[in-house]
Design a protein around this ligand. Structure first.
Ligand code: ZN
Length: 439
């Protein structure tokens, strides 16, 4: 399935690396990242060790001084969390889990992950992906216009970002991964670290699999052949002698080994074992009116988003699950939004959307049922997908698509597969209740 816009030929080693299509300004990236970082800092346990924080900060800033990293206000923070992960927010905040430092064999590998994250920032991948999905309300919401006192959970849920199949800020495309590896290699080389160590570390994580590795890999999907690609990229650069890393690195590993157990580990374990909402199928429904449509949703479920939001999430309590990376997944609930397809034909536009969702979540499979429906007087298609539930086990995602003048309207209904049969009636009721407003 063709997932990329036409005209996006794959880049060749040595090709220039520049940010792609983006409706945001770099200043908006900075503001967006700053707001989100403040929320994330409230929700994670930042390591209270000055030496370790100073070390990661100095290492990160040395790498970010490469001209290609841009003029962003980079900040590097270690989170006390044993899982192997690192993530960057638009405009400069980069977070590394203590588990990443523990897992790195040498300083070059740690530098490699930071250089890779810096590259995502410099190439503006997160807002570029959000731009392509037409999430134009993102900066306004995160800038506080419509936040009130909602938690980041609610904000992210409001944006539809949390949905496993739609977590645009948290899962990069494979071509973005390829670019981040290529630019990361140049940044590393400039700072004196062997770039192959970055690719070697990612391949090590891929080979390990298991319960610890996938956190990083689920948001940074492998573009394949990472070592080979980085070597090809290096061949296009002047040859260079690399250093072996500073003496501080083994000391930092020691500090990490002696950190207190993460406070959040209990909470994360609780999340992992958090039961999906259960009980009787929803009986009573309430109306939700937006500027574009009206829909009925199960009473007691909470709506995230206001009437002007292009993306609305509706979920029961416990329907949103926080992941170890500080992201949010919808395990149970509904996301309503719009997608701007290339095609005006409903079936092709639906396939574009499904392809987009699959490019963001490689666990997502189309189950072989697809049916035509009438929705509020318009023609629609219902597609059944299966994926992996944040509660564990399989997940069923039912995607309703309707071609509308304002774009492809879609509703994704998410539930653990084991509960789905009991919820199918609620999905049908929501579908039947949809009324579009005249554009
Ligand atoms: Zn990446």
């Amino acid at each position: 399935m063709a997932l990329l816009a036409p005209g996006c030929a794959p880049r060749q080693p040595g090709d220039p690396l520049t940010p792609g299509y983006n409706v945001y300004s770099p200043e908006q990236d900075v503001q967006l990242g700053r707001e989100a970082a403040a929320e994330i800092r409230k929700q994670v346990e930042v390591v209270q060790n000055e030496r370790l924080q100073n070390y990661i900060s100095a290492l990160g800033k040395k790498l970010a001084s490469h001209p290609a990293a841009g003029e962003y206000p980079y900040e590097f923070t270690v989170i006390n969390d044993g899982s192997i992960n690192a993530f960057a927010l638009p405009g400069g905040p980069v977070f590394a889990h203590s588990g990443l430092i523990e897992a790195a064999d040498n300083e070059a590998q740690l530098a490699g992950v930071l250089a890779h994250e810096i590259s995502h920032v410099a190439l503006r991948h997160a807002t570029s992906q959000a731009s392509k999905a037409n999430m134009i309300q993102l900066p306004a919401v995160l800038a506080g216009a419509a936040i009130g006192d909602q938690s980041v959970l609610a904000q992210l849920g409001q944006l539809g970002l949390g949905l496993g199949v739609n977590s645009l800020l948290l899962r990069y495309s494979r071509s973005a991964e390829n670019e981040a590896d290529a630019l990361g290699a140049r940044i590393m080389a400039e700072a004196g670290y062997d770039p192959v160590e970055m690719a070697r570390f990612f391949e090590k994580l891929e080979a390990e699999g298991g319960s610890r590795a996938p956190t990083f890999l689920s948001s940074h999907p492998s573009p394949g052949n990472r070592v080979k690609n980085v070597q090809a990229e290096l061949a296009a650069l002047p040859a260079k002698q690399y250093n072996a890393g500073t003496a501080a690195f083994p000391q930092m590993k020691q500090i990490v080994a002696q950190l207190p157990p993460p406070r959040s580990s209990q909470q994360q374990a609780a999340n992992a074992n958090q039961p999906a909402p259960s009980g009787a199928p929803p009986a009573a429904f309430e109306p939700l009116q937006t500027d574009r449509y009206a829909i009925a949703y199960p009473r007691g479920w909470r709506t995230y988003g206001d009437r002007r939001s292009a993306a609305v999430t509706i979920a029961p309590q416990q329907g949103l699950v926080r992941s170890a990376s500080g992201g949010v997944a919808i395990g149970y609930g509904v996301v309503l939004s719009y997608y701007q397809p290339q095609s005006r034909n409903l079936a092709s536009a639906t396939n574009e959307l499904i392809g987009q969702l699959q490019s963001l979540d490689r666990n997502l499979r189309v189950a072989d049922r697809q049916r035509r429906v009438r929705v509020g007087g318009s023609e629609g298609i219902v597609t059944y997908l299966s994926g992996t539930s944040p509660y564990g086990g399989d997940e069923t995602d039912v995607v309703l698509t309707v071609a509308r003048p304002e774009g492809l309207f879609y509703m994704v209904f998410v539930a653990p597969s084991r509960d789905f049969s009991r919820l199918e009636g609620a999905f049908q009721k929501m579908l039947d209740s949809i009324q579009f407003r005249r554009a």
